[in-house]
Every structure is written in structure tokens, then in C-alpha cells.
Design a binder for this molecule. Structure first.
Ligand code: 3H9
Length: 695
């Protein structure tokens, strides 16, 4: 059969060619075939071409490169291009109204608008590795090109709710099982899609997703509330999940033509809100974080085939699991056999728990554990390409370990410390190769938390940085580069919050009030709930007779937090907290001893002294060059501490509040905060000049 090139690919990202009587419409718009204006225009032109050509009996839409359309072009949002005709809702209608059958041939990720294009096609075929999803909710949106109306009509209400309101994609096999995919293709996608198009080209009437009723007829109206109830915790504070639920519900109540109008209205409401702006900002921030400014262009990563981890405690074990799960062998070293056994036992247990939840097979557990070599001597790390030290926070101990590693590690091996506060340059100075030393600060539980702070020492070599950033992506972490300062980005910003929260207790606020303000703001927990979870005794001097603050007083009477059933709160046997009169008394006694006058504290004061101070610290981090950009700070706080992504992160939030307002609030509290506080000049300057931290 002959193939005739009708449109040269150079003039448009969309090209067409004929294979017999099937018109193949190909998109080539790297990196992810986002549905920007040129792509939309090209698609419409291609459908018109098929309509106008009697020799074309069917159409296949496919994409080149890594993926089928991964959605609307998010970088167009907020620009005139987003509204340039044809807009996506029109494009999908034009596809569905084609009088010739259109087959979507899907590989990679058909996401958002891409999934909507596929839904508008009369048929969908996919390779087994393809994924389908409507992740708009993660951008603070809903599928706005008929997706909320077509999807339930194709896959049923429950599946559509799950996909739209959580944004999680499904695999091709699941998509086939729920009716989203008509055929799974083994082998070359486009020839098989063409063959499929030839099979179905005479079928009448054309199946249109928008006209189907079978999957939504007799929907139990209770399904929506049940879904809300199941996901209430996860959706707390977010606007978009509820709008997605409402839009899917409309599909069950109104004809398609009316449903899409409701969908449009809900979409536009979300789009004009601050949450969508914050979430879209965050999407790009996360990707920007991977980019390191100012490195030589020819910097190439080192090869990492084998990793060593020193310390089989909670951190060392969690860190190791990241590499094992990614198929990278790990040698883990502990000082004593029982600690080594305990550590590896915990790792196995964690994997087995994941398998029990169906997220891993028993074989995968064995595969991962099979890549682990437990050892008792540092010399076993001699052949590792990267060695991560994860022992307790003590500079002398770390220096001793790095001194030894210097004599053991092979030339070119990267030596990393998981320290969460300590000076990487000082650690590096205990070796003869400071260029190979870097900080890799994982967050606990290290096998789960996505954030990795990569601490760049004064002498860290560019290729070491590039290697670690690349490796982070491989182990599914989001890495952010930080400079050497006490606590780096995340923990450094936690400090002023902690200092002011503790002072507020003495001045009259309760742990419950301070925690409530943070939770209402959208944090997963407040500072005292966090202290109880992590352990009130962290950093405690362990001398019960030395009581210098409320924390010491709690530790001295065994109130170490959840693990002891008591901390800032009392806990029942199901770890449910309740306010503690005893703690209240300790706080009041302390206030009296320190001569602190107690008064009513407003929620606004708590915000100003605990959140505005964090913004101020973030500004100091920026002006000292300890973070590359404000958005990196936001990535740290969203992924490391659960800052609500719908507020973008502390720096984006400060911008939305308005920097003059932040400065005004801090000035109001300046006197109360005393010598613990000093203004960031950058914050003052930006507020004065009417500038923002983020774009
Ligand atoms: C939507 O569709 C709305 C409609 O319902 C209604 C409209 C009316 N746009 O992530 P990566 C860029 S909303 C623009 O590193 P991976 C990304 O910034 C959209 N750019 O690759 C990066 O650029 P750079 C719904 C996009 O392989 C580069 O591509 N769709 C878009 O790890 C590589 O990205 C989504 O939410 C986009 N849509 O993952 C899907 N997507 O190199 C969002 C990516 O300059 N995208 N870029 O930093 C993803 O989930 C992942 O990018 C994907 C690839 C899984 C596709």
C-alpha cells in the first residue's frame, strides 16, 4: 500500500499521510505533545482534510515521541493563546462529529486534554504500557473539554469519579477492562491502529462517547456522597476535587449538551481562583527545581551502579529501600550484628506491608531484598559508586567516618551525608577529596517522602551535583539544591516557627489553638502535633534535673510524645489525642517562673509569628543564595512538610497575601518577638518596591 505525505511536518506539528484509505494524523510536538494552539489548529485541519477527501474512509490519530497528548499546554494558561480558536472543547467536538471513524492510537500518557481527545475519538487502541488519566485536579482544575461528561459515559460513574477527583492515571489494561480502550496492541502501534481502523470503518452508527447512556443510566445518587466520605481527608481544603465530583454528577443528570455548559462554568470558576494558580505554579516549580544554574554545559553525570549506606537505622534503612526499589544494589553497613539484623528486618517488613496492600508482588519483594548486602565493616563499601552516611547527628562521628571513607572509597566515588543540619564543608574537609562530597538530606520516612535536599558544599564538583540530581529522579524523588547553612532550607525555616510557637504557649496560647490554626491553614498538623509524632525528646539533653523550657519539663516526666502515650497531648490506646491539663499546668508554671504575662492570643497573631516568620526566613535563605530560587523553597515545603499545595508554598503564599501585608504583620509583632527576630532586607526591599518572590 502506498503512503502519500500530504502535509509537510515542518509547517505544523501535525502532519498527515495516507495508508490506503486510512488517514494517519501524526502529532510531533515535543516534549509531551501538549495541545497548544498549533496542535489544536493542526488537528482540526486534519479532520477537515479527511472530511473533504472521498478516498479517506477512516482516521487514526497518533503521536510521535515519548507520549500521546499529555494534556492542554499548561504554559499557555493565562495567555491569549489559551483562548485562541480553535479551543480544545471545539477540537474534541469536531473529532467526534467526524462522519468518518476516528481511532486514537495511544502510547505513553494520554492525560487531561489528551485523554479528552481520545474520548472524543470513536475508538481507542493502546499499547500495554500506555496510561490514561485526568490529572487536571492536580492543577486545581477539572477536565474542561467534555472530559467530565464523556468519561463517565464510557467507564461508568465510579471509575470516572476516581479518575477525575483524584487525578491518578490508570494503566492500559485497567483502561481496557473498564471500556476506555477497545483493543490492546502488542507490537507496532500505528500499523495495528490502521488495521483496526480498516476493521471498523464500515460500522454504523459511529459510536460517540457523548451519546452513550448505558454506563450512567440508573446511577445511584448515593455514590457521590459515599465517594466524598471516603476521600474527605485527602480532599480537605482543596476546591477542585469537589468541582470534579459535581461535574461528573451533572453527567448523570443532564443531557451531554447541557452538561458541558455546566462543566465549562465550573472549569472557569476554578481557573480564575487562587488555588489553580498556585497548583499550576507548583507544577512548573517542581520541574524547575531539577535545574542547576551556572554549571558548565558539558557537565556529565558519573555512573552509579552500586550504592553504600552507613547506618541501618530508620533513615539508613529507608534510604536504602529507595535504591533497591529502583533496581540498584545496596551494601548497608552497621557496627553490630543485632542492629544490622534489626535494620534489614524492618526493611523486609516494610516491603511485605507494601505487598500486602497489593502494591508489590512477593517476587518484587524478594528481588529488592536480593539486591541488599548487609555488612559489618566499612571496607565492604570499597566498590560503591555512591556512599551515603546516615548515622546520628554528631559532627565528630561524621568526620571520623568520612576520614575513614577517604581511605576506603574508590577514586571518583561520591561521598554523601544525610545530615539534616550539619556543615557539609566541615565534613568534606575531613577528606582529601572535598569535591566528591555532597549532602543528601532525605526526609523521614525516607522510602516514602518525595523530597531530597541536595546540599552543595563550597567545593562540591559540578558532576557530583548533576549525578545526584539525576539519581534523585531515578529513585522518584524531587530534589532541591540547597547551600550550606544550619538546617539548609526546610529545617532552617522550621526554627523560627518553633521558637515563636513555644513562646506563644507561655504568653497564653494553648498547643491546641496553635495546632488548630496550622491545620485550618492546610498543614497536615501543627507544630506540637508534629513534635509529639516525631518525639518531644529529639535533641533533648537527657538530664531530667535540668529544666530550661517546657520541652525539658515534658521530657523529664516521660512525656516524649506519641511513643510514650503522652507529650504535648494525652493519647488513648488508639493514639487519639486530647488536651492535657497537666501540660497546661506545666506551661502556666513556666510562664509564672519566667515572669511572662499571659493574655488572650488571637489566631492572626499565631499566623504572623509562626508563618510570616517562616516567609522572612525564606527571604533570608534567598538573599544569602542558599536556595537558587523562591520556587525551590516552595517545593521543599510542599514535599517535605505538607505545606498545602493549593497555597503554592510559603513564598508563593506570601506573594498572594502581598509582601507589604507580611511586612506590616511582622512589624506588629517585632517587639514581642524580641531578639529572636530580625527582618530580611530582601523582604523589606521587595515589599517596598511592590515586587514578588515568584513569577
Ligand atoms: C488540561 O489538559 C486541561 C483540559 O482538560 C482542558 C482545557 C480546556 N503543558 O514532567 P516532565 C513539560 S490540563 C505544558 O519532566 P516526565 C514540563 O514542564 C493538563 N508543558 O517529564 C517539562 O518541561 P521542561 C493536564 C508540559 O517524562 C517537560 O514537559 N495534563 C505539560 O517525567 C517534561 O515534563 C497534565 O497535567 C503540559 N501539559 O513526565 C499532565 N506536561 O523540560 C502534566 C509536561 O521545560 N504532565 N510539560 O521542564 C505530566 O504529568 C508529565 O509531564 C508527564 C511526563 C507524565 C506527561
Amino acid at each position: 500500500m502506498t503512503e502519500v505525505l500530504d502535509t509537510p511536518a515542518t509547517t505544523s506539528p501535525i502532519s498527515t499521510r495516507k495508508h490506503g484509505d486510512v488517514l494517519i494524523v501524526l502529532s510531533n510536538s515535543p516534549p509531551v505533545n501538549a495541545l497548544g494552539h498549533a496542535v489544536r489548529e493542526g488537528l482540526v485541519a486534519a479532520i477537515e482534510q479527511a472530511q473533504g477527501d472521498d478516498s479517506v474512509k477512516a482516521v487514526v490519530i497518533a503521536c510521535e515521541g515519548q507520549t500521546f497528548f499529555a494534556g492542554a499546554d499548561v504554559s499557555e494558561f493565562g495567555t491569549p493563546k489559551a483562548f485562541a480558536q480553535p479551543m480544545l472543547p471545539q477540537v474534541v467536538d469536531i473529532i467526534e462529529n467526524s462522519t468518518k471513524p476516528v481511532v486514537a492510537a495511544v502510547h505513553g500518557t494520554a492525560l487531561g486534554g489528551g485523554c479528552e481527545v481520545a474520548l472524543a475519538c470513536h475508538y481507542r487502541v493502546a499499547v500495554p504500557t500506555a496510561k490514561f488519566g485526568t490529572p487536571e485536579v492536580k492543577l486545581g482544575l477539572l477536565p474542561g473539554a467534555g472530559g467530565t461528561q464523556r468519561l463517565p459515559r464510557v467507564v461508568g460513574v465510579k471509575k470516572a469519579l476516581e479518575m477525575c477527583a483524584t487525578g491518578n492515571p490508570i494503566g492500559a489494561k485497567a483502561a481496557f477492562d473498564c471500556g476506555l480502550v477497545d483493543r490492546l496492541i502488542e507490537g507496532d502501534l500505528i500499523p495495528h491502529a490502521v488495521a483496526y481502523a480498516e476493521e471498523v470503518r464500515d460500522v454504523t452508527p459511529l459510536p460517540k462517547s457523548s451519546e452513550r447512556q448505558d454506563r450512567i443510566a440508573d446511577t445511584d445518587p448515593g455514590v457521590f456522597d459515599a465517594f466524598r466520605k471516603d476521600h474527605g481527608r485527602k480532599f480537605r481544603g482543596f476546591d477542585a476535587p469537589e468541582a470534579n465530583i459535581q461535574a461528573v454528577k451533572v453527567a448523570t443528570e443532564k443531557p451531554y449538551a447541557e452538561g458541558v455548559l455546566d462543566e465549562r462554568k465550573l472549569f472557569m470558576e476554578l481557573m480564575s481562583g487562587t488555588q489553580a494558580k498556585a497548583q499550576q505554579y507548583f507544577f512548573f516549580s517542581e520541574r524547575k527545581a531539577a535545574k542547576i544554574d551556572g554549571l558548565p554545559d558539558d557537565t556529565r553525570p558519573r555512573s552509579i551502579q552500586k550504592v553504600g549506606v552507613i547506618g541501618a537505622g530508620t533513615m539508613g534503612g529507608g534510604i536504602s529501600m529507595n535504591f533497591l526499589s529502583a533496581g540498584i544494589p545496596v551494601t548497608i553497613v552497621e557496627m553490630a550484628q543485632d542492629a544490622l539484623d534489626r535494620g534489614t528486618g524492618v526493611m523486609r517488613k516494610n516491603y511485605e506491608a507494601t505487598a500486602a496492600k497489593g502494591r508489590m508482588t512477593a517476587d518484587q519483594v524478594e528481588q529488592a531484598m536480593g539486591l541488599l548486602t548487609p555488612k559489618l565493616e566499612l571496607e565492604a563499601l570499597a566498590d560503591c559508586d555512591l556512599i551515603i552516611e546516615a548515622v546520628y547527628e554528631n559532627m565528630d562521628v561524621k568526620k571520623e567516618i568520612f576520614g575513614k571513607l577517604d581511605t576506603i572509597a574508590k577514586p571518583g566515588a561520591i561521598l554523601a551525608s544525610n545530615t539534616s543540619y550539619l556543615n557539609i564543608d566541615e565534613i568534606a574537609a575531613s577528606t582529601s577529596r572535598p569535591g566528591d562530597v555532597v549532602g543528601m538530606h532525605f526526609f523521614s520516612p525516607a522510602n516514602i517522602m518525595k523530597l531530597l535536599e541536595v546540599v552543595r558544599g563550597a567545593k562540591t564538583a559540578p558532576d557530583v551535583l548533576v549525578t545526584v540530581m539525576g539519581l534523585a529522579k531515578k529513585i522518584k524523588k524531587v530534589a532541591v539544591v540547597a547551600g550550606v547553612c544550619h538546617g539548609f532550607i526546610g529545617n532552617r525555616m522550621l526554627m523560627p516557627r518553633q521558637v515563636e510557637a513555644t513562646k506563644l504557649l507561655l504568653e497564653g496560647a494553648s498547643p491546641e489553638q496553635i495546632d488548630r490554626v496550622h491545620v485550618e491553614f492546610g498543614m497536615p498538623m501543627g507544630p506540637f502535633q508534629m513534635a509529639d509524632l516525631a518525639g518531644v525528646d529529639i535533641g533533648w539533653h537527657r538530664d531530667p534535673s535540668r529544666i530550661e523550657n517546657v520541652r525539658d519539663a515534658l521530657c523529664a516526666i516521660d512525656r516524649w510524645g506519641q511513643k510514650k502515650g503522652a507529650g504535648f497531648y494525652d493519647y488513648d490506646d488508639k493514639r487519639r489525642p486530647s488536651p492535657s491539663p497537666k501540660v497546661q499546668q506545666i506551661i502556666e508554671d513556666f510562664a509564672a517562673k519566667e515572669g511572662v504575662e499571659r493574655r488572650e492570643i488571637s489566631d492572626q497573631e499565631i499566623i504572623e509569628r509562626t508563618l510570616y516568620t517562616m516567609v522572612n526566613e525564606g527571604a533570608k535563605i534567598l538573599e544569602e543564595g542558599m536556595a537558587q530560587r523562591a520556587s525551590d523553597i516552595d517545593v521543599v515545603w510542599v514535599y517535605g512538610y505538607g505545606w498545602p499545595v493549593y497555597r503554592g508554598g510559603p513564598m508563593f503564599w506570601a506573594d498572594t497575601e502581598g509582601l507589604p501585608k507580611i511586612v506590616e504583620g511582622l512589624k506588629r509583632q517585632e517587639q514581642r518577638m524580641g531578639s529572636d527576630f530580625s527582618f530580611s532586607q530582601l523582604l523589606l526591599d521587595k515589599a517596598e518596591r511592590g515586587e514578588k518572590f515568584t513569577r
